[in-house]
Design a protein around this ligand. Structure first.
Ligand SMILES: Cc1cc2nc3c(=O)[nH]c(=O)nc-3n(C[C@H](O)[C@H](O)[C@H](O)COP(=O)(O)O)c2cc1C
Ligand code: SF4
Length: 460
């Protein structure tokens, strides 16, 4: 079997989704089509819908919205009762702090999403498909609407697409700007015109989704990835990446790095290379040291630099699903939605954790007591520690509250609120204690790296 290093020789830098990003006018239909756009629809319409589902299964594509659930498998769960419509819904809510990759795709290459959605709609038998987009992406809604008009004018949407007998309409629906509406069942409620409260599962959307009908909800990047899978074939797609992390992944990188932005990676590169090489983040500004990183969007556990660059087993950590979660939550994290947030030595972990807690308290829909009450308590306790007014017992109290939220709520927002607090205490407890023990100093000084400095490898 080829090693990761050998595999990289041929495919490093390979772009599948952003390949044409530099082509002028790629946002518009004529240029997109001239560059090979909509080929996957031509190919798919000659295939049996089930064969497309099998192809996506074979590709190993995992959902890019956060959970990493295998896409082909999800599609195969879709119920098909006679006489009942099925729906495909694209989740373009993208509200997770640190995640801004879907926005880039939709803004600059909107037709790749529409193309992927037509193929998916055909595979799933959905004649009406929706893009649910976060309210703040107002200008992107216009871009998508325009792209849908162009696709329709050119026979890729509407009745009898390209003479195939398959009909498909597509609509963009703007949310009102609530993070919870990214959770798939809250999204469906909102799309139905109700308040975006998550539903109790089961039943899952594949059985009872939009208006009670079988529905598949997929992320923007997931649906765009269907295009290269059909164009190149599942086997070719699966050759890119490593293990169960096949294909390419978009990473939105931000925080204390020289080159924030969107990068398409092949999931064989190391975290160290991603942060320090000029091809990607270009290192930390002003010669500062790396303190910590949230590798997959604000919900996933923060890692101190030593555990970020190397797993607890002493292996180089790679930018893929398996490696980022190696060690479980004790010493690992998650790929999540690919929102990569870097913190340098000047950042305060207590303040940072407070900021996140505030966000989750604000976004809780309030249906479950552990989430509704617990997020508010955590926010208040963290603010008091941050302001030098905390007690040592508050740290244990925080730990206790987050444990009582995790796993005890209707939807995973509760977990998403609990995990950042748990990971901060797990890895940076001494920084919390320092705040409590130095109430005056913590208002004017930064804990910095302290003992983490020894363990952190800083490439020269
Ligand atoms: C609070 C919360 C917010 C979420 N926000 C998003 C989002 O903005 N975009 C997204 O694709 N998935 C989001 N998800 C995950 C979705 O519920 C769902 O798993 C995903 O859209 C499935 O698509 P995928 O299989 O292609 O990843 C969120 C989940 C939770 C619990
Ligand atoms: S976990 Fe929080 S956001 Fe999710 S349903 Fe319960 S209260 Fe609402």
């Amino acid at each position: 079997m080829k090693s990761v290093e050998q595999k990289r020789i041929n495919i490093m830098g390979r772009k599948l989704l952003l390949e044409k990003q530099q082509v002028e006018g790629i946002r518009h239909y004529d240029v997109y089509r001239r560059e090979g756009g909509y080929r996957s629809v031509e190919k798919a319409l000659k295939m049996q819908p089930n064969d497309i589902v099998e192809e996506v299964k074979k590709s190993g594509l995992r959902g890019r919205g956060g959970a990493g659930f295998p896409t082909g498998l999800k599609w195969s769960f879709l119920a098909k009762p006679d006489g009942v419509p099925r729906y495909l819904v694209c989740n373009a809510d993208e509200s997770e702090p640190g995640t801004f990759k879907d926005r880039y795709l939709m803004e600059f290459i909107p037709h790749i999403l529409i193309e992927g959605m037509i193929v998916a709609s055909y595979a799933l038998g959905s004649n009406v498909s929706y893009i649910y987009i976060r309210g703040e992406y107002d200008w992107i809604t216009d871009i998508l609407d325009q792209a849908i008009v162009e696709a329709k004018e050119n026979g890729w949407l509407g009745k009898n697409i390209q003479g195939s007998g398959f009909d498909c309409e597509m609509y963009v629906h703007r949310g009102a700007g609530a993070y919870i509406c990214g959770e798939e069942t809250a999204l469906l409620e909102s799309l139905e015109g109700k308040r975006g409260n998550p539903r109790i599962k089961p039943p899952f959307p594949a059985i009872k989704g939009l208006w009670g009908c079988p529905t598949v909800v997929n992320n923007v990047e997931t649906l765009a990835a269907v295009v290269p899978i059909i164009n190149e074939g599942a086997e070719e797609y699966a050759k890119i990446g490593v293990g169960k992390s096949t294909g390419t992944k978009l990473i939105s990188a931000c925080g204390n790095i020289n080159k924030p932005g969107i990068y398409e990676i092949d999931m064989t590169i190391s975290v160290e290379e991603f942060i320090y090489s000029d091809e990607y983040c270009g290192g930390i500004p002003n010669g500062k040291k790396l303190k910590a990183c949230i590798p997959g969007g604000s919900s996933v556990p923060i890692l101190p630099a030593n555990l970020l660059l190397t797993t607890a087993k002493g292996e180089k950590r790679l930018m893929n699903y398996e490696s980022l979660s190696d060690g479980g939550f004790a010493s690992g994290s998650m790929m999540g939605s690919g929102g990569f947030i870097v913190l340098d030595e000047d950042q305060c972990i207590v303040r940072h954790t407070y900021t996140l807690a505030r966000f989750y308290r604000h976004e809780s829909c309030g249906q479950c007591s552990p989430c509704r009450e617990g997020t508010g308590w955590m926010e208040k306790i963290l603010l008091s520690i941050e302001k030098g007014k905390g007690k040592l017992s508050d740290i244990d109290l925080l730990w206790d509250i987050q444990r009582k939220i995790e796993g005890n709520t209707i939807c995973p927002l509760g977990d998403a609120a609990a995990w950042p607090v748990a990971a901060a205490i797990r890895h940076f407890r001494d920084e919390f204690e320092w705040h409590v023990n130095n109430p005056e100093k913590c208002l004017t000084e930064n804990f910095g790296l302290r003992h983490y400095a020894d363990a952190i490898h800083v490439p020269v």
